[in-house]
Design a binder for this molecule. Structure first.
Ligand SMILES: Nc1ncnc2c1ncn2[C@@H]1O[C@H](COP(=O)(O)OP(=O)(O)O)[C@@H](O)[C@H]1O
Ligand SMILES: [Mg+2]
Length: 252
């Protein structure tokens, strides 16, 4: 059965698009059939994480100028429907119907949504079965996330969980436990604010592909596991060092 998951946040720039690009790639690495869709009609930039220049986009499909198959691209196992920033539209009411074509065909459809709780966010919620909330570990971002949770409740869509992004080693940031309690939602993942993510974006490759062994990539993979209902085995630094130096005993 296909899980169609909308990715939303109260505030902008928190990392929704980065999450969709990397979670999509992480799920694909776990042999899931994934489609990612750019539905941030005012800030479409999902495709920039993959380095292609699409000729046809979701905007063309919604305007009736193209068939969905013409706006369908595949890179490294991840299928993508991009949007265009040059062709602004607020009408996303057809998204649900457009995605029905892929339902049954895919394990997961991730929809990269806009920031805030406007009309497009509402359309994304209606097109989704469940919602992932992305937030930075700071109060303004968390307060605004409450608005999205309320909107999802209005349409009876469950929240799959919260992803905390741009975690830094700073006391001013809220802890995961604080955030789980404030939002009353389960935590799906915590992603560190890391230069590898920015490097990967500059190279137009998801960081899980660019630097698969980095800490952030492990965090994205762990988020993918949790989304699939599997609790990842967190390797402590001590155990990782032990594993790196481990040599099997010689008996003869
Ligand atoms: N984990 C991270 N570490 C470092 N920089 C990040 C991280 N996540 C996002 N960013 C930066 O923040 C910018 C905005 O992220 P983006 O995913 O586009 O946010 P949104 O889609 O929520 O508006 C990215 O272009 C990138 O430079
Ligand atoms: Mg975005």
């Amino acid at each position: 059965m296909t899980r169609t998951i909308g990715v939303l946040s109260g505030k902008g720039g928190v990392g929704k698009t980065t999450l969709v690009a990397n979670l999509g790639s992480a799920l694909s690495n776990l042999s899931k059939s994934v489609l990612i869709v750019d539905a941030d009609l005012s800030g479409a930039n999902l495709i920039q994480h993959f380095g292609i220049e699409p000729l046809t986009t979701l905007n063309d499909v919604m305007a009736g100028r193209a068939f969905i198959t013409e706006a369908f691209y595949k890179i490294n196992g991840v299928a993508i429907i991009p949007a265009s920033i040059l062709d602004y539209s607020e009408d996303i009411t057809r998204l649900k119907n457009i995605l029905l074509d892929f339902t049954g065909d895919r394990d997961v459809i991730l929809i990269d949504g806009p920031s805030g709780s406007g009309k497009v966010a509402e359309g994304v919620i209606q097109a989704s079965d469940e919602i992932i909330i992305v937030t930075e570990p700071e109060m303004p971002s968390i307060t605004n996330a409450i608005g999205i949770i309320k909107l999802a409740e209005k349409y009876n869509r469950p929240i799959s969980g919260v992803v905390i992004n741009k975690k830094r080693n700073e006391k001013s940031q809220l802890t995961a436990q604080n955030i789980e309690e404030t939002l009353n939602q389960r935590l799906l993942g915590e992603i560190t604010d890391h230069k590898r993510v920015r490097e990967a974006i500059a190279l137009r490759i998801p960081v899980v592909t660019y630097s698969p062994k980095s800490k952030v990539s492990r965090q994205f993979m762990n988020t993918a596991y949790r989304l699939l209902g599997v609790e990842p085995k967190e390797k402590s630094l001590k155990n990782r060092i032990r594993a790196a130096f481990y040599r099997p005993p010689k008996y003869f």
